[in-house]
Design a protein around this ligand. Structure first.
Ligand SMILES: [Zn+2]
Length: 159
């Protein structure tokens, strides 16, 4: 990897209060900074500049920092979250506003839509409504869920 020296024109973001003598190094390709001032402990500027202190360099000259949006190893940078593929979740709560049912609508390759139903078990949404205690579901809510599923409504938020 190739490193750029810090300078007056391009000061090290981790030690901007220090006289710049080209002591720090940047590697833009790897999202790394080698800081010559903050070697053994994280720079107080690390958080604000979104650089994460990793460790002291093997040659003891630098503290190694990686831009936080990059992976910890500095390699997997700018990784985008996986595309949801147009998936939408519909949430239904009971009359007290508690979590109740989640319906996930996924567009299918043939242009149709796939619906999966989940019930809230107090901790997370579990697939299927089979074991769901329907006594907890106000019947009108349940009807809304059913009709939303059959009509393929896109968004249907119940607060
Ligand atoms: Zn520095």
């Amino acid at each position: 990897m190739s490193f750029i020296r810090s300078s007056q024109r391009q000061p090290c973001p981790l030690c901007p209060d220090k006289d710049q003598h080209g002591d720090c190094r940047f590697s833009k390709a790897d999202n790394l900074i080698l800081c010559h001032r903050w070697i053994d402990q994280p720079s107080p500027y690390a958080e604000a500049t979104q650089y994460k202190y990793l460790h002291r360099s093997k040659n003891d000259l630098w503290g190694v920092y990686v831009y936080q949006q990059a992976g910890v190893d500095g390699k997997t940078r700018g990784k985008k979250p996986p595309r949801s593929g147009g998936r939408q979740s519909l949430y239904y709560s009971d009359r007290h506003g508690h979590n109740l049912i989640r319906v996930v609508r996924t567009p299918k390759a043939n242009g149709g839509k796939d619906f999966k139903q989940y019930r809230w078990d107090g901790v997370e949404y579990k697939p299927g409504l089979k074991e769901f205690d329907k006594r907890n579901v106000p019947i009108y809510r349940y009807q809304e869920v059913r009709s939303a599923i059959t009509q393929g409504k896109t968004i249907f938020m119940v607060g």
